[in-house]
Design a protein around this ligand. Structure first.
Ligand code: ADP
Length: 449
């Protein structure tokens, strides 16, 4: 006997779990299938924040923002090739998505700055703990409380269709069950990106061949193949993002929030070389242009105290420390006088409010409290912008340009929201908002069928 359900969700990252919660709230029976032995996907590794405009936490902190500015920043960061309709959905629902997460028990009350944003709108838990793990946990708890049927070690290998443009279910390969079919009225593809699959990354962007990746092992792109085999069209696959600050020593990504909270980037000569809070593509290219193809993220004790995430980096022993700037420079083999001058000049810019070298817009604090710290950083593959083509209701568009009935997609597996370059903080925003929409729309479709 074949199993039946209303909605099957492929993937248990943020997009999949948000879809599960919203589909359950719309009254649908839901099965979530996750190929890995642990839930949370790449979402649980997200370290920055969730971009949202005109929110309650912003209002509390006196931050004035507009949804339109978030739209403009996102389009500009994406080099204007984003699908503007999807960007509008992202920004216009972002504040509601913060409220929705908060109602599920998440703490999104700290607001900081990420690259490419002209306003502080990166929402994260108080104290700056990792946003992804926090959001993934809140969504997991909510999905479990709503009795979504979540199965780990369960890979979807095919989306089944009726031959007339409508999905009918999925073929599952369970690590402990063998193959089986679940019939479903609607399927939500929420399988994430393929940054961990370097062969595939290099196919689209040869410059990234052999690069390390910041992603979890499941970010291979097999979910994208499952969707395209079932007829889905794709967009923007050639755009792959490197995150500028990966620690080659620790094998971890260092969150952009360290720069957002005040760190600068210096090269081996002890000099700044870029606006640290520019977009990720530009910051990565600038680091690769330095001697040794890496740089140092430099900050003081006030930055450390502003972001609890930094304590984790200290535990990983990737943070060099000096009681004085000179001691730190000596440890790094950097000319101390040059580094002192760089910091002095930068602190002057903080005071005057104008970065006369690189036009960094936001300089939240002077680097003047000892001890001083430095983390060596280099770019690593981080996010795949392209993917399944969707419309504003997260419905999947086929290669023939028609909607595939009953097929929805959300999160990193989709393309169009971020254009050629994703802004830090827009991934969590994307997965929560489009995950919610996909779940609700899939439930509605299932009900009507
Ligand atoms: P997003 O941020 O878009 O939610 P994530 O990477 O957080 O993306 O989550 C995607 C999840 O989907 C991962 O946990 C990944 O292991 C899972 N996944 C990918 N492909 C499949 C598949 N074919 N079947 C089941 N799960 C999959």
């Amino acid at each position: 006997p074949r199993e039946t359900t209303d909605v099957v969700i492929i993937g248990s990252g943020g997009a999949g779990l948000a879809a599960a919660v919203s589909a359950r709230d719309a009254g649908a029976k839901v099965v979530v299938l996750e190929k890995e032995p642990v839930p949370g996907g790449n979402t649980k590794l997200a370290a920055g924040g969730m971009n949202a405009a005109e929110t309650k936490p912003q209002a509390k902190l006196g931050i004035v923002d507009k949804k339109q500015i978030m739209i403009d920043d996102t389009m500009k960061g994406g080099r204007n090739i984003n699908n503007p309709e999807l960007v509008k959905v992202l920004a216009n629902n972002s504040s509601d998505s913060i409220d929705w997460l908060t109602a599920l028990g998440a703490d999104m009350n700290d607001v900081g700055r990420m690259g490419g944003a002209s306003v502080n709108r990166s929402h994260r838990p108080t104290g700056g703990a990792g946003v992804g793990a926090h959001v993934a946990q809140a969504l997991w708890d909510a999905a479990v409380a709503r009795e979504a049927d979540i199965r780990l070690n369960s890979r979807v290998v095919r989306i089944l269709e009726d031959g007339a443009g409508q999905v009918t279910g999925v073929l599952v390969q369970g690590a402990y069950t063998g193959y089986y079919v679940i019939k479903a009225d609607a399927v939500v593809v929420a399988t994430g990106g393929f940054a961990k699959n370097n062969d595939r990354v290099a196919k689209y962007d040869a410059k990234l061949k052999g690069f390390k990746a910041t992603n979890h092992p499941g970010a291979t792109g097999d979910g994208l193949d499952v969707a395209t085999q079932a007829g889905a069209d794709t967009v923007d696959l050639e755009y792959v993002q490197a995150h500028p600050t990966y620690s080659p020593v620790g094998g971890v990504m260092v969150t952009e929030a360290v720069r957002g909270n005040g760190a600068i980037l210096v090269n081996r000569e002890g000099k700044r070389f870029v606006n640290e809070i520019t977009t990720r593509d530009k910051a990565s290219a600038a680091i690769l242009a330095q001697k040794g193809e890496s740089a140092y993220l430099l900050f003081d004790d006030s930055v450390r105290k502003s972001l609890s995430k930094i304590e984790g980096y200290v535990h990983l022993k990737i943070v060099n420390e000096g009681k004085t700037v000179k001691e730190l420079a000596d440890k790094l083999g950097m000319p101390a006088a040059e580094l002192e001058k760089t910091i002095g000049t930068y602190n002057g810019f903080v005071k005057s409010g104008k970065d006369e070298q690189f036009e960094r817009a936001d300089m939240p604090r002077e680097l003047a409290s000892a001890p001083y710290y430095a983390i060596e950083v280099a770019p690593a593959v981080h996010h795949t912008m392209g993917g399944v083509k969707i419309d504003t209701k997260a419905e999947v568009v086929s290669k023939e340009g028609k909607l595939i009935k009953g097929m929805y997609a959300a999160g990193e597996v989709t393309g169009g929201v971020h254009g050629a370059n994703r802004l830090g903080g827009n991934a969590i925003s994307d997965i929560v908002t489009f995950g919610r929409i996909a779940g609700a729309e899939a439930a509605k479709f299932a009900k009507d069928n």
